[in-house]
Design a protein around this ligand. Structure first.
Ligand SMILES: N[C@@H](CCC(=O)N[C@@H](CS)C(=O)NCC(=O)O)C(=O)O
Length: 222
């Protein structure tokens, strides 16, 4: 059985967990305690990754790091080329480029959120940060989504990252909730495999802010 290693938070592993659940892949999780050095002390040295990092994925002899590479491996292994828009015979496909472009756009939004979360001035910066750094690109993505069910013409891996990004945004910035995004998350949560995942309680937290900022327990707690 394959193993996904990450901290016991959603973070960069969450879209991968959603993907594995959607594909109904049986896997075990190695959850490292966010506030311990277990990963640093032991597995970082011994797991024999070329570039040790979290998340990692181990499947038999295959050992992968990087949250961008892991899903590509899983998608290809399970021959769900549609999720990355690739032609089965490997020939050039304009759609594949669109999927990679969309993943980049969504990751740009995520990067802005991560920059905020790890900033020591988090509490002070948080309020104006959404308008200054996130809402412009988010609105463009919402416009692009329009009336479609998914970001592109059918479900792709970009949706897995987008869904998790929205959940994070809804928590951090309740004002980011708009009907189009609420409908989108409900639609995504209804997909077979995803539905079971979101309905199952997990040992890791939905949000990780309180692990970074012990005193912060939500948007209204400032
Ligand atoms: N580019 C990497 C970034 C990975 C990364 O920054 N991982 C953080 C958690 S989100 C970590 O704590 N890595 C463990 C380490 O640096 O030892 C990816 O996308 O997987």
């Amino acid at each position: 059985m394959s193993t996904l290693g990450y901290w016991d938070v959603r973070g960069l592993a969450e879209p991968i967990r959603l993907l594995l659940s959607y594909l109904k892949v049986q896997y075990t999780e190695k959850l490292y305690q966010f506030d311990s050095n277990e990963w640093i002390d032991q597995d970082k040295q011994t797991l024999d990754h070329s570039f040790p990092n979290l998340p990692y994925y181990i499947d038999g002899d295959v050992k992968i790091v990087q949250s961008t590479a892991i899903p590509i491996y899983i998608i290809k292994k399970h021959q769900r080329y549609d999720l990355i828009g690739e032609n089965i015979d490997g020939t050039f496909n304009q759609r594949e480029i669109k999927v990679i472009e969309m993943i980049g756009v969504i990751n740009d939004i995520r990067t802005q959120i991560i920059r905020l979360c790890f900033n020591p001035d988090f509490k002070k910066l948080r309020e104006n940060y959404f308008a200054a750094n996130i809402s412009g690109l988010l609105n463009k993505v919402v416009d692009f989504l329009g009336q479609k069910d998914y970001l592109l013409d059918s479900l792709t891996y970009a949706d897995f990252i987008f869904y998790d990004t929205i959940i994070l945004l809804f928590y951090l910035y309740p004002q980011s909730k708009c009907q189009a995004l609420i409908d989108y998350t409900k639609r995504f949560e209804n997909i077979d495999g995803i539905k079971q995942y979101v309905e199952t309680p997990h040992s890791y937290d939905k949000y990780f802010f309180h692990k970074i900022y012990a005193s912060w327990s939500g948007p209204n707690s400032d």
